[in-house]
Design a protein around this ligand. Structure first.
Ligand code: NAD
Ligand code: ZN
Length: 252
């Protein structure tokens, strides 16, 4: 009889796979999720640190909070889950990662096609968005304890991440929708499915008949529409799934 892992591997053995990830993907790298009981929002109010109003009220506090998060992220390493996602590229013709994470760990693990829906802590931008979406790369000079002025217009610089109440970067969103429409299967890892519009990509995919497999140690809103749920962490389940997929290919 087919095991759950084997069934998941069969469903994901497609020409074009999308891997959709959330904060749980990086939990095994020591980075906290947001909504879990021990998550970031249990200690900090989102409206203070992740909203344009919070930044206007206290730009320094927000800037420092992100500096600290970026330091934690730079000190963290991609975990076995990120590495297994990157290794899927060796087994399947096209793999696109669509992530809600801002930590850049997928790229560090070697994934080549990554769409960052919520931006990145590794980029800064002008808080007035002068010059469209032009971004700044952090340098020791910019990494001061308070935000420096934008070199073009003098407004404050800020992390290039998406805050509550803000739109997702249009080009990235369009590319993500294109990938969802073009793929045959979606592997969802470590997201609660509560953050819109990101989560709606998973429902679009299911509505259009794409296969759906989910890895998460806890129940989520996506459980009901997933064809196979692999209950476990990203670092344990993703390598197991990769091995099942490799075994499938070896048997061919
Ligand atoms: P969330 O906090 O809402 O949900 C986290 C999910 O991860 C939960 O379903 C939880 O059961 C699951 N999880 C916990 N440990 C896990 C593990 N070891 N392996 C696999 N799954 C595990 O996070 P979300 O759904 O990503 O919410 C989206 C928002 O959180 C986004 O805006 C994102 O930008 C932001 N975020 C990013 C980071 C990061 O970049 N590392 C960290 C925290 C939050
Ligand atoms: Zn500017």
């Amino acid at each position: 009889m087919e095991t759950r892992l084997q069934r998941a591997a069969h469903l994901l053995d497609v020409p074009h796979l999308v891997v959709f990830t959330g904060a749980g993907m990086s939990k095994d790298s020591g980075l906290d999720t947001f909504r879990d009981a021990d998550g970031v929002w249990s200690r900090n109010a989102p409206e203070d640190y992740a909203s344009p109003e919070g930044f206007r009220r206290n730009p320094r506090a927000v800037w420092r909070w992100y500096l600290e998060r970026r330091e934690q992220i730079l000190a963290a390493e991609p975990n076995a889950g990120h590495k297994a996602v990157a290794a899927l590229e060796q087994l399947l013709p096209r793999v696109t990662v669509i992530t809600q994470n801002i930590d850049g760990l997928h790229q560090r693990a070697g994934s080549r096609r990554v769409l960052e829906l919520h931006g990145s802590v590794h980029r800064y931008k002008c808080s007035k968005n002068c010059r469209g979406v032009s971004t700044l790369t952090p340098t020791p000079e910019l990494d001061q304890t308070e935000p420096l002025p934008c070199p073009y217009c003098g407004a404050l610089t800020r992390p290039d991440v998406v805050w509550f109440g803000e739109l997702l970067p249009a080009e990235v969103w369009k590319a993500a929708v294109r990938e969802i429409l073009a793929c045959e299967a979606v592997l969802v890892i470590g997201t609660s499915g509560q953050v819109e519009p990101a989560a709606s990509l998973v429902w679009y995919a299911r509505g259009r008949g794409k296969s759906l497999v989910e890895i998460n140690p806890a129940p989520t809103l996506i459980n009901d529409i997933a064809e196979v749920v692999l209950p476990g962490t990203a670092a344990e389940m993703t390598p197991a799934l990769l091995a099942a997929l490799a075994a499938l290919h070896a048997a061919d």
